[in-house]
Design a protein. Structure first.
Length: 60
């Protein structure tokens, strides 16, 4: 699995964020500070709706 962090990760070494990995049927999400712990997986449309909600909220 290829994990990646957001380009909007926190300052410093960027460890105050989550990482995501694409799955065939969705997206896996994990805590970057505890990568050995279990990851949460959600269907692609659910993750897309979450990202859109975050974008709308951040605009104001």
């Amino acid at each position: 699995m290829h994990w990646r962090k957001s380009s909007h990760s926190g300052g410093g070494d960027g460890d105050a964020c989550v990482e995501i990995a694409e799955l065939p049927a969705g997206v896996a999400i994990r805590d970057s500070k505890a990568p050995a712990r279990a990851a949460l997986s959600v269907p692609g449309p659910v993750f897309a709706a979450f990202v859109e909600g975050v974008k709308r909220h951040s605009r104001g």
